[in-house]
Design a protein around this ligand. Structure first.
Ligand code: FAD
Length: 342
């Protein structure tokens, strides 16, 4: 077979956890190739909430999600990882020499001694709200994530939903939008109480409108919205100005082809041990949001811990018999050389 790309570690998913895996295996001299369905690195951070600040990354009291991705890319640069974007890893086959052959949906073939699945929620798709005729507006004036807050400046914005994303974006976009109407089918929210309180305070000050009800109709032309109809509230049917709409009805998690790889699964997640974060197939590891073990928290910092332990086990597979010396980056000249800092 020609055109096979060989590497030590093939990482499925270039989200924050896949990126930090490059660093941890790089310190142990393993080369990586990452494949992602998206057209850029960063996973959920880059795709779903790039401008939102994250407050629970150790050592960063506050860092934007895209800022974290940029810092991770800077941190892994010395290890020269290779990336293939816009490709879904579709099949995986075990080779006789113990390694793996992985094929993408565009038929590129990769061979690696170790596969690390860092696929987050799989290929995540926003749930489409049940609003008739919404399709022509999607990607033009209806969006399921906020890539740039500036895109909403000066618009009559309708945000639909009652979870954290809906409440967070209501608060964050209020200063830039011309008007903000939050629509939720009831007055109870599934969001942080602090955000809900802030939203009600802003409503008191007439800085935004909260309406109980459901969006049942859209008006506009050529993909550009002009108004939305809200039904079911105490004021009866009303029409509100709407030139941009952000529905937040959650994400569907599609594990996709990974489900066909013969790995044990637990409710669409991949069970791993907590010593190596290895799956039911030796040589295939799962880290970050995609894995499951008792007590698992879907946090970026959990994924960072997982890749540090996974790297030790991956090294033993790629370089059997080689002694692994535990070293600190602060004091090891050999690690510092790898990082290009000494
Ligand atoms: P992801 O970020 O999901 O990346 C996985 C990547 O794998 C994706 O890019 C996907 O395209 C790719 N992929 C999937 N399947 C395939 C395939 N078959 N082939 C190729 N590529 C594939 N966490 C915190 O710790 N603190 C916070 O404050 C915080 N806030 C959040 C706010 C919001 C609005 C959201 C949605 C999440 C938040 N999180 C937060 C959660 C955090 O973003 C996730 O825990 C983190 O992104 C998981 O990283 P990951 O690398 O495991 O997966």
């Amino acid at each position: 077979m020609t055109g096979i790309i060989s590497t030590d570690v093939l990482i499925v998913g270039a989200g924050p956890v896949g990126l930090f895996a490059v660093f941890e295996v790089g310190l142990l001299d393993l080369k990586c190739h990452l494949i992602d369905i998206l057209d850029k690195p960063g996973g959920q951070c880059a795709e779903l909430y790039p401008e939102k600040p994250i407050y629970d990354i150790p050592g960063w009291p506050s860092i934007s999600a895209q800022g974290l991705v940029d810092k991770l890319l800077e941190q892994v640069a010395p290890f020269k990882p290779e990336f293939t974007y816009n490709r879904m890893v579709s099949s995986l086959e075990k080779l006789e020499d113990g390694g793996f052959r992985v094929t993408t949906d565009e038929n590129e073939v990769f061979e690696a001694k170790v596969v690390v699945i860092a696929a987050g929620g799989g290929s995540f798709q926003p749930k489409r709200p049940p609003i008739p005729g919404i399709e022509p507006y999607e990607g033009k004036s209806v969006f399921y994530s906020v890539r740039r807050m500036e895109d909403f400046r000066g618009h009559d914005l309708v945000i639909v939903g009652g979870g954290d994303s809906a409440l967070d974006w209501t608060l964050n976009l209020q200063p830039v939008a011309k008007s903000v109407t939050l629509v939720h089918r009831r007055a109870e929210f599934r969001a942080a109480p602090d955000s809900v309180n802030k939203m009600y305070a802003m409503q008191e000050m007439k800085q935004l409108e909260f309406r109980v009800g459901q969006v049942t109709g859209l008006t506009g032309a050529d993909g550009q919205l002009s108004s939305a109809t809200i039904k079911g509230g105490p004021d009866g049917d009303i029409e509100v100005p709407c030139t941009r709409m952000l529905p937040f009805f959650g994400l569907t998690m599609k594990l996709g082809p990974i489900a066909e790889w013969g790995l044990n699964l637990h409710e669409n997640l991949i069970p791993v041990d907590t010593e190596k974060f290895q799956t039911s197939v030796p040589g295939i590891f799962a880290v970050g949001d995609i894995n499951w073990y008792p007590g698992k928290l879907k946090l970026i910092l959990s994924g960072f811990h997982e890749v540090a332990l996974m790297a030790q086990a991956a090294k033993r597979i790629v370089s059997p018999g080689e002694r692994i010396v535990f070293q600190y980056t602060t004091s090891s000249t050999s690690l510092q050389k790898k990082l290009g800092v000494s």
